[in-house]
Ligand binder design. Structure first.
Ligand code: IPM
Ligand code: MN
Length: 360
């Protein structure tokens, strides 16, 4: 049978400790379901800058290009955030990796868990049952347009641009997902002001004709920011450009009560990268308090991508079991909590135990 090559880029801060749990669990999945995974490690982010001066060393990029999928931890380091003059930044490594691998669609599922609703800053009636898939365009727009700062540091710009080709691919993915869900797609834009948004609307309307069973609507991003808090249950699939997606997805991440639960997938023509939404959380590094679930659910999205559906399903059920059993880290339960690796072990053991008992 096929050996799946997985590049593991653990990165900075809590990245290594949460990624370690995902690898542990993927190994158990491999043993349980008889899949062959090969894990190869590469450096990225601040860690790579300290070692090589480059946030995305050539070997790391080559490793990712030769893999079936990339499991990513987190990047970011306060030493760079606090230094506006830094010439190289950890984030450049991730942006370059997304671009080089052609990862045009970033998918961020937002959902609630009944037992955690009380952790949400919003009222139960508002958030209970929220289930949103955000499709964020990832390799164009203002992030990747020309940038300029004049020599006096008194004038700067970042150009936002899009082409038809850059909109089509992600739009099809979003419509196809909506067909499997509640058949509603909301394009978030600023078409009352921006030309790029008017281009998105035009192209998305054209493509919508191919998906007559999906209801398409449009929402300006400022209103969407408000609607996300007022009534998140109105959304099913959200489609949006790069920077609006960055902002809206962080806003949506608080709905479920902890950003430590949220995974993401970044998909291209021939590779996929899977990473938690949370950042490197440097204050928690090495303390064993980081929630590994966002990374573990990212591993579940990796299994989806490899079309190992049974394993992905098992992994998600095992995570739900840990949450319902209150076998969680301190962000989810201050009274009684477990370490990062204890939570990983609990989920790994549940996969082993429940599969065995099922077959015996
Ligand atoms: C994200 C992050 C990145 C982004 C940063 C780290 C470059 O915020 O994945 O949402 O802005 O895309
Ligand atoms: Mn972000």
């Amino acid at each position: 049978s096929k050996t799946y090559k997985i590049a593991v880029l653990a990165g900075d801060g809590i990245g290594p400790e949460v990624t370690k749990e995902s690898v542990k669990i993927l190994k158990v999945i491999g043993e349980t379901f008889q899949y062959k995974f090969q894990f190869d490690y590469g450096s990225v982010g601040a860690e790579a800058i300290y070692q090589t001066g480059n946030p995305l060393p050539d070997e790391t990029l080559a490793l990712c290009k030769n893999s079936d999928a990339v499991l990513f931890g987190a990047i970011g380091d306060p030493a760079f955030d606090n230094n506006p003059d830094a010439k190289v930044r950890p984030e450049q490594g991730l942006l370059k990796l997304r671009k080089e691998l052609g990862l045009f669609a970033n998918i961020r599922p937002i959902k609630t868990y009944a037992s955690l609703i009380k952790k949400s800053p919003l009222k139960k009636e508002i958030v209970d049952g929220t289930d949103i898939q955000i499709y964020r365009e990832l390799i164009s727009g203002i992030y990747f347009g020309e940038k300029f700062t004049d020599e006096n540091g008194e004038y700067a710009y970042d150009l936002c641009k899009y082409s038809r080709e850059e909109i089509i691919g992600i739009t099809h993915l979003a419509f196809q997902d909506a067909q499997k869900r509640k058949k509603k797609l909301t394009l978030i834009d600023k078409a009352n002001v921006l030309d790029t948004s008017r281009l998105w609307r035009k192209i998305v309307k054209e493509i919508a004709v191919e998906y007559p069973d999906v209801a398409l609507d449009f929402m300006f991003v400022d209103n969407a920011a408000m609607q996300m808090i007022l009534n998140p249950k109105q959304f099913d699939v959200i489609l949006t450009e790069n920077m609006f997606g960055d902002i809206i997805s962080d806003e949506a991440s608080v709905i479920g009560g902890s950003i430590g639960l949220l995974p993401s997938a970044s998909i291209g023509e021939d590779n996929g990268l899977f990473e938690p939404i949370h950042g490197s959380y440097p204050q928690a590094k090495g303390k064993g308090i980081a929630n590994p679930i966002a990374s573990i659910l990212s591993a579940a999205m990796l299994l989806d991508y490899l079309e190992l559906d049974q394993a992905a399903d098992k992994l998600r059920k095992s995570v739900e079991h840990a949450i319902e059993s209150k076998f969680v880290t301190i962000d989810l339960n201050a009274e009684q909590h477990y370490t990062t690796s204890e939570v990983g072990d609990f989920i790994a053991d549940y996969i082993k135990f429940s599969e065995k008992s099922y077959y015996n």
